[in-house]
Design a protein around this ligand. Structure first.
Ligand SMILES: NC(=O)C1=CN([C@@H]2O[C@H](COP(=O)(O)OP(=O)(O)OC[C@H]3O[C@@H](n4cnc5c(N)ncnc54)[C@H](OP(=O)(O)O)[C@@H]3O)[C@@H](O)[C@H]2O)C=CC1
Ligand SMILES: O=C(O)C1=N[C@H](C(=O)O)C[C@H](O)C1
Length: 240
């Protein structure tokens, strides 16, 4: 595949290295300071655009690819209020748009375990649920996209929980799941789900040891998306 990297920071660089080691070529490495390079590219030579940039840049990057008929695999977090607009454009242009808040296979297994645990906990009383995420200090958004996906998985399966809130103290909000965000270097990404009662607590944790799992997942999805159309997600890609 010939891959265009939209965003060439920590993730873009790792994806580039890994993609080349799998025999793919890189059509371009686009950052804020060389955006004009996009005008020199021939879209018909690009098999996929992989987008890991920043919240304010994601929508324009994704639109750029969809409008040129290039399948787009996006991992940028913190812009999802505009996802419906992107989904509409994808369908209108008969394009291919893939989004995941986390491309690691381990985290996607963790998402399933989280939903299963939430269903079990919904059958009992006395436990308070919460989410904690820990990332490096350069992260621009909070809570993490992964923490939001985890919170949605809990809320969907818990009677009486209707929303989530970014928790900065001990204050509890009725019918809301608290998410705590911590920024500690060099944490690539840790997510903890807790159910606490007076008697005990239950905790499940996913800890990324590096960014390798995110990068590999994005490449595997980019290989898989070839020839596909529509709005796609990890549920389409994974068989579990
Ligand atoms: N879904 C997943 O599995 C994962 C998602 N992420 C998400 O991916 C995103 C990127 O993460 P990461 O690589 O660590 O962040 P970095 O800050 O290291 O990289 C982001 C890059 O995007 C560049 N950029 C800024 N504006 C634009 C633009 N308009 N077009 C193209 N590139 C631009 C930045 O350039 P400059 O530095 O010059 O501003 C920077 O090089 C984040 O939103 C993060 O949350 C991260 C890991 C996994
Ligand atoms: O910014 C990061 O680094 C990460 N961002 C994603 C998120 O917001 O969930 C995924 C991963 O945890 C790393």
């Amino acid at each position: 595949m010939n891959i265009l990297l939209l965003g060439y920071g920590k993730m873009g660089q790792l994806i580039g290295q890994l993609a080349e080691s799998r025999g793919h070529s890189i059509a371009g490495k686009i950052n804020i300071d060389n955006l004009e390079e996009l005008n020199t590219l021939d879209p018909s030579t690009i098999d996929v655009a992989i987008e890991f940039s920043q919240p304010e840049a994601a929508v324009e990057n994704i639109k750029w690819a969809i409008e040129r008929g290039i399948p787009i695999v996006s991992g940028t977090t913190g812009w999802l209020d505009q996802k419906p607009e992107i989904e509409q454009l994808t369908l209108f242009k008969n394009g291919a748009f893939f989004y995941a808040s986390n491309y690691s296979i381990g985290v996607n297994i963790f998402f399933k375990v989280n939903e299963f645990l939430a269903k079990l906990m919904n059958e009992t009383t006395g436990y308070k649920s919460s989410v904690e995420e820990i990332h490096h200090t350069a992260k621009k958004d909070a809570p993490s996209g992964t923490a939001i996906t985890l919170a949605e998985g809990i809320i969907k399966n818990t009677e009486g929980l209707h929303t989530w809130n970014l928790s900065e103290g001990a204050n509890e909000i009725e019918q809301s799941l608290p998410i705590t965000s911590k920024r500690i270097d060099p944490a690539p990404g840790t997510h903890i789900i807790r159910y606490s009662s007076e008697i005990d607590h239950i905790e499940i944790t996913h800890t990324a040891h590096s960014r390798q799992g995110f990068a590999l997942g994005a490449i595997l999805v980019s290989e898989w998306i070839q020839g596909k159309k529509g709005v796609l997600s990890m549920d389409d890609f994974l068989s579990f």
